[in-house]
Structure formats: structure tokens, C-alpha cells
Design a protein around this ligand. Structure first.
Ligand code: ZN
Length: 231
């Protein structure tokens, strides 16, 4: 099975970037990383560089990935900039060509689709430690700008973190040529009422009787039968 190492950026004494209302990057990264790990488990063997709010050095992150012998390394981050209007998603790879760039492109496309944030594209950097020191093709995802108040607001919510994790997982699945399992559909409601119970259709509820009478008149005019009941 494909081995994937997930690296939630920062942690412990290093909060990463901090949003206008105090949201810490390390917390967003960890939440997204943990969700991503769960989503990938059906299609890959997964290891996280941290599962709690602890400090892990960049050297140790790469060492964890290398001793795990992963096929891909994904570092999860959120961006920040002095100009709070700047926003969007971007994905970094070590260098053009090869599976690192391919994975970055798949993930970037899914992130743009899922978040609706500006597409800042796939970028390359050979001096980022986790890209340079990991043996496997490695990417860094920058899942929006925590410094942008609109994006920070979304990054605070569990639903949006789930969206980001799903997007990254979808990109990985595409890269591996695998399909993520469909989420289980919510159970359909029973089609037959239990004994002694009936499905009733209610059209309105009013404090004043005259309003109830007006609605009843409307119903009858439309060809439906009905009655007024005080509850
Ligand atoms: Zn970061």
C-alpha cells in the first residue's frame, strides 16, 4: 500500500502565523492534518509527524518521513501576509518535473475548487527544509491566508477544515489513480408510520383564529380539505 506522511506545520511553542482574531496556524494545520489522515486511511498507509500540539523540528519531520519510507510527503500550512486583503491557496513542490509537481498540481486544483479562494498556483522552492530533506516527492499546501479576515473566519470552522482535508485527499487519490470511498448516505426516513401514528401535513399555525380561518378558506379554494384544531 502507498505510504503517505502528513506533516501538520508548526506546533507547541511555535504557533505559526496568527490571524487578526488570534487564530493560530498550528491549530488549523493540526485539525486539517488529522482529518486528512482519516480520509486517506482507506487508500494508503498514513503517518503523521505530530498528532498533538507539540513542537517538532524541521529536521525531525523529515527524519520521520524518511524512516517511515513514505511515497509522498504532505506538509499542511496556512499562509500569512502583512496586507490583509491578500488571499488564496498555493501549493509548493521542490522542483518542476516528477511526482512532486504532479501531486502539487492535483492538490492545488482540488483546493481551488473546494475553497473558492484565489488560485495562486503551484510554486517551487529548493530551500524549504521539508521539501529538500525528505526523500519522497514532497509538497507544502498553503490552505488560505490566516491574515485575511474573511479566510480566517472560514479557517476557524470545522466544516471548512473538513473541506480542505477532503480536497487534499481527493488530489492524492487522483495522483494514486485510486478512488476515495463515498461517504455513507444519511439513512432514508421510514416509509410506513409505526402503529397508531400517522404522517400529518400541517400548513400553518396561528395565534388568531381568524388567520387560521383565512388559511382554511384558501386551502378549500385550492381544492384541499382541512380543519382547524387548537393545540
Ligand atoms: Zn506555516
Amino acid at each position: 500500500m502507498t505510504k503517505i506522511c502528513i506533516d501538520p506545520g508548526h506546533g507547541g511553542a511555535d504557533p505559526g502565523a496568527i490571524g487578526p482574531t488570534g487564530l493560530k496556524e498550528k491549530d488549523v494545520n493540526l485539525a486539517v492534518g488529522l482529518k486528512l489522515a482519516e480520509l486517506l486511511k482507506p487508500i494508503a498507509e498514513v503517518k503523521l509527524t505530530r498528532t498533538k500540539d507539540i513542537a517538532v523540528s524541521l529536521k525531525d519531520r523529515a527524519a520521520i518521513a524518511n524512516s517511515f519510507g513514505c511515497d509522498y510527503f504532505i506538509s499542511v500550512h496556512t499562509n500569512s501576509f502583512t496586507d490583509r486583503k491578500v488571499g488564496g491557496v498555493e501549493t509548493w513542490a521542490y522542483a518542476p518535473g516528477g511526482n512532486g509537481e504532479k501531486l502539487a498540481k492535483e492538490v492545488q486544483a482540488e483546493l481551488v475548487k473546494a475553497t473558492g479562494f484565489a488560485n495562486r498556483g503551484v510554486k517551487f522552492n529548493t530551500s524549504f527544509a521539508v521539501l529538500r530533506d525528505t526523500k519522497a516527492p514532497a509538497i507544502i499546501t498553503e490552505n488560505g491566508f490566516i491574515s485575511n479576515p474573511d479566510e480566517e473566519k472560514l479557517l476557524k470552522t470545522d466544516a471548512f477544515r473538513e473541506k480542505i482535508a477532503k480536497a487534499i485527499a481527493q488530489g492524492v487519490a487522483k495522483q494514486l489513480g485510486k478512488k476515495l470511498p463515498e461517504p455513507k448516505p444519511a439513512q432514508a426516513p421510514a416509509q410506513t408510520a409505526p402503529a397508531g401514528k400517522l404522517y400529518k401535513v400541517q400548513v400553518g399555525a396561528y395565534k388568531e383564529r381568524k388567520n387560521a380561518e383565512a388559511m382554511l378558506a384558501k386551502l378549500k379554494k385550492a381544492g384541499f380539505d382541512g380543519f382547524i384544531k387548537l393545540e
